[in-house]
Design a protein around this ligand. Structure first.
Ligand code: ZN
Ligand code: ZN
Length: 329
């Protein structure tokens, strides 16, 4: 087992109840934020002492698990196809399907542990990069950036599936009153078009306390500044180049953006561009599940990059601190 996985397995139970989204924590009131900082520091220090070996590379470890997940999902897809073609499965195939689903759940847990481990490591290194901040109308893009990202620790009270941050799609650029928690069961649709779960929740006041890396360039900007930069026609070409480079990278490596995962398949989502793109830049790119197939034969889960904050979130994950350079100039 890798350093990051051990770290995540130690860190995760100790911060139970904390909601993580990408490399941020939501609802991080002052006591929560200081507990997070303390637990992260203690676990990283103690494990580093105990394990006494080189720290792993988060990217390559996640990739190993992701490749296994791809194989499991491909085998499940073959069984689904056999079921559709033959109208039945043999007992042996049924048993294999159950085994594969259990294996998939275990791999998704491994990814959660790896994400938690790299979050804990990020929090303590360097110190005080992470701080708790209150999101207001002026910096609403900080929550917007987290919408659509996979969250850990926020479970639907109806069905226990993970919930993600969303906003009212009729709104172009969301303000703080437009955000809500949506159950990922909404994206699981049966043959008759029924959603597995439709539960939503308003954000509580605490949810607007975010524990995040305040050295990020977008942290220094106001929401309307982010909006102006993303929608500025003079920057359009540069933004498209930056997004197309991520798209090409996702395609070449067959690995997507790790903070955005399909709630069913667990695989990272791939950045894609609509084939018939019109002039609406906020309707041009989306993140899709690699298990998508034509004619509703596969997974239709997708996250549209329909707001300046969501586009910033994707740039932030792909380019890190250099995302500022794409927005600058
Ligand atoms: Zn639910
Ligand atoms: Zn999927």
């Amino acid at each position: 087992m890798s350093w990051l996985q051990v770290l995540g397995q130690t860190f995760n139970p100790l911060i139970r109840g904390v909601v993580r989204a990408g490399k941020a924590a939501v609802a991080a009131t002052a006591p929560v934020a200081s507990k997070l900082m303390q637990v992260a520091r203690d676990t990283v220090d103690e494990l580093a002492r105990r394990i006494q070996r080189a720290r792993g590379d988060a990217g390559s470890e996640q990739e190993v698990v992701e490749r296994q997940l791809q194989e499991v999902n491909a085998r499940i897809a073959r069984l689904r196809k056999a079921y559709r073609d033959n109208g039945r499965l043999t007992d042996r195939e049924k048993a294999e399907w159950q085994r594969l689903k259990a294996r998939r759940a275990a791999l998704i847990q491994d990814l959660d542990d790896l994400e938690a481990g790299s979050f804990a490591e990020d929090v303590v290194d360097p110190e005080n990069k992470y701080q708790s901040t209150t999101v207001t109308e002026q910096n609403a893009h900080l929550i917007d950036m987290l919408t659509g990202q996979t969250t850990y620790g926020k479970k639907c009270r109806v069905c226990q599936r993970a919930m993600t941050l969303q906003w009212d799609r009729r709104v172009g650029t969301p303000g703080i009153r437009d955000f809500f928690w949506g159950c990922s069961g909404w994206y699981i649709v049966d043959g008759s078009g029924r959603h597995a779960c439709r539960h939503i929740e308003r954000l509580s006041n605490d949810d607007f306390r975010i524990f995040m890396d305040v050295t990020r360039p977008e942290f220094q900007m106001k929401a309307d500044e982010v909006r102006r930069r993303i929608l500025d026609p003079g920057r359009r070409q540069r933004l498209r180049q930056a997004l197309d480079a991520i798209r090409a990278q996702n395609k070449a490596s067959d690995i997507g953006l790790s903070h955005y995962r399909c709630p069913v398949h667990g695989e990272s989502l791939r950045l894609q561009r609509k084939s018939a793109s019109n002039d609406d830049f906020l309707d041009e790119y989306f993140l899709g599940c690699p298990r998508w197939l034509p004619q509703n034969q596969g997974c239709n889960f997708l996250i549209k990059l329909k707001s300046p904050g969501r586009i910033t979130g994707v740039l932030q994950e792909a380019y890190g601190i250099d995302a500022g350079r794409v927005l600058d100039g």
